[in-house]
Design a protein around this ligand. Structure first.
Ligand SMILES: [Zn+2]
Length: 227
């Protein structure tokens, strides 16, 4: 198995490619821009699925392009972000990213869904805040966490876009902090990191959690009591 990160488009979005060399299969996560570059990278491999950490156009801008080349590859997304997939977000953003019309997801994912690919077992952790349907993909054996725009090395995702919420983001970040320190973070933009590093150096995260005055445990108890 090989995990490769390629930076795409004008805002340097990380598209993650996971190769199963034995089976000659590939999984693509967050194909935001440069569809032709992604296609070139995965040449010779069968595309088995397209995953999106959330519905923003800089993360799903090439789903339509890849589906036109590999019609059988299912597109996975949390339903709560379906309303965003063709929202331009900023004037001319679609054009800048050369984004194709994004098709509806084939497979709806939510908290607890698992996506098996080769030796990886990605567990879906819902992390709303940056967008209502943001998720992280976590593999417990390899301790890899693919975070989209929820957390970056040294910073956190913005909450001023449609459906964003500071309070939700604070809760989601608290949830991620429960994972092991050794967890490697692959964010949607910028360099890779580790949870241990972020626990010490991510001031934005620590300040948000403190200022939002949220307690994930209280919220989880409330949720359990209401269902
Ligand atoms: Zn985003």
């Amino acid at each position: 198995m090989i995990v490769k990160i390629i930076t795409t488009g004008v805002i340097f979005e990380n598209c993650i490619l996971i190769f199963d060399e034995n089976k000659k299969e590939v999984l693509v996560i967050d194909p935001g821009a440069d569809g032709d570059k992604i296609e070139e990278e995965i040449k010779g491999y069968e595309l088995k699925g397209i995953l999106a950490t959330h519905g923003h156009i800089d993360h799903v801008g090439q789903v339509g392009y890849l589906k036109s080349k590999f019609p059988n590859a299912p597109f996975y997304l949390n339903e709560k972000d379906t309303f965003l997939i063709n929202n331009e977000l900023f004037p001319n953003f679609r054009k800048l990213l050369k984004a194709a019309e994004c098709p509806k997801p084939d497979i709806l994912i939510k908290e607890g869904s698992t996506i098996k690919f080769g030796r990886f077992n990605f567990y879906v952790i819902e992390t709303p805040g940056h967008s209502p349907g943001s998720v992280c993909f976590y593999d417990n054996d390899y301790q890899i966490l693919i975070t989209g725009d929820t957390i970056f090395k040294g910073s956190i995702g913005r909450t001023d876009l449609p459906g964003g919420s500071e309070r939700d983001l604070a809760l989601s970040l608290q949830k991620l902090l429960l994972l092991p320190d050794e967890t490697q973070i692959i964010p949607g933009h910028g360099e890779v990191s580790s949870l241990k590093y972020e626990k010490i150096y991510n001031r934005d995260m620590l300040e948000l959690i403190q200022s939002a005055k949220v307690d994930i445990f209280k919220d989880l108890i409330k949720q359990n009591n209401s269902t």
